[in-house]
Design a protein around this ligand. Structure first.
Ligand SMILES: Cc1cc2nc3c(=O)[nH]c(=O)nc-3n(C[C@H](O)[C@H](O)[C@H](O)COP(=O)(O)OP(=O)(O)OC[C@H]3O[C@@H](n4cnc5c(N)ncnc54)[C@H](O)[C@@H]3O)c2cc1C
Length: 292
């Protein structure tokens, strides 16, 4: 199919993009990498009268160090940059570990972090990473900037907390404490497919015990999820088999995945529990290794 007719404007600056969006907000769409929007246009799931292309705004394509050990990532940073940047790998090894699972190379060369977060697909890796890494998503409109914690950004399947006149401009990732270990695993039927389920974890280990724990999942709800029950079960503990059992149970018992063509809720829950156990073991081992 072909898209419904639309006007097209390639923005020369963030200010111009934001001003155009303010004027046409109800009826305009931002296009970044186009990897999700173009199929939606072609299937006429969306029929904007104006496309505002931000693809030439090189000022939104960067990865910068933050003094706290974290990173600031421009909204137009491509998936491939997140997969291959030595700086990203040094500060957040879980990002390249995850990005190699996102779609195919051609899509990773075009897709952007701002586009993936804004698209808010419940089976997309970057929204889950944003929740796992306590990201803050900075959005801009004509009235200035707004800082939205990732925990509040994903409202439902393909639904985010952006107002009609706002553009994602950058993502802040606070640094991880010393003694952190992280891991990510997913299950997809074929390489490059959207995953049926995925789990990421960050454990901070000091003096042989977990002092901080973060567990996040995707593919098992309408949005990526954090698992506070599991995090609570891990803190203060040595990662024994009993602790793992308790944490995995606390993470998976509340899950209510949807039934769809790809998998039953029971199967997705089973996958989540297997992946959760694996990533916790790996994150624990890596946190231990970071002390040696
Ligand atoms: C075959 C195929 C397989 C895929 N597999 C995966 C996968 O396994 N995992 C995965 O995570 N993704 C997958 N994707 C999606 C891909 O990662 C997209 O690139 C990404 O979701 C969207 O990024 P984009 O820059 O292309 O956004 P676009 O397609 O340009 O835009 C997507 C949406 O975000 C909005 N938008 C874009 N940028 C901004 C911004 N800065 N501010 C506000 N709104 C904005 C647009 O208006 C649109 O609504 C797949 C895509 C395809 C075609």
């Amino acid at each position: 199919m072909k898209p419904a007719p639309f006007d097209y404007h390639c923005a020369d600056s963030i200010e111009e993009a934001v001003a155009l969006l303010a004027r046409h907000s109800a009826d305009a769409k931002i296009i970044a990498g186009g990897q999700s929007l173009m199929p939606m246009l072609n299937f006429r799931v969306v029929k904007p009268s104006l496309l505002i292309d931000i693809g030439k705004l090189v000022e939104l394509d960067y990865v910068r160090e933050r003094p706290d050990g974290g990173l600031t990532i421009g909204a137009l940073t491509r998936h491939r940059t997140l997969e291959t940047s030595p700086l990203v790998a040094r500060r957040f090894p879980v990002i390249p570990e995850t990005m190699q699972h996102v779609a195919h190379l051609a899509i990773r060369n075009r897709g952007t972090i701002g586009g993936s977060l804004s698209h808010a697909d419940p089976a997309a890796e970057l929204p889950m990473l944003a929740k796992l890494l306590n990201a803050v998503i900075i959005v801009q409109s004509e009235s200035g900037e707004r800082h939205i914690p990732a925990q509040d950004f994903f409202v439902g399947a393909l639904t985010n907390a952006l107002e009609d006149n706002e553009i994602v401009v950058r993502i802040e990732l606070p640094g991880l404490p010393a003694g952190s270990g992280s891991a990510f695993e997913e299950f997809a039927r074929r390489a490059g497919d959207f995953a049926l389920a995925a789990v990421g974890a960050v454990l901070v280990v000091n003096a042989g015990k977990v002092t901080q724990a973060r567990v996040a999942m995707m593919g098992v709800g309408d949005t990526p999820l954090r698992c506070p029950g599991a995090e609570l079960a891990l803190v203060g503990q040595v990662l024994s088999e009993e602790v793992l059992d308790r944490a995995v149970e606390a993470a998976c018992a509340p899950l209510e995945p949807n039934r769809d063509l790809h998998a039953s809720p029971e199967y997705r829950k089973h996958l989540a529990s297997v992946l959760c156990r694996r990533v916790l073991r790996t994150a624990w081992a890596r946190a231990g290794a970071s002390h040696e």
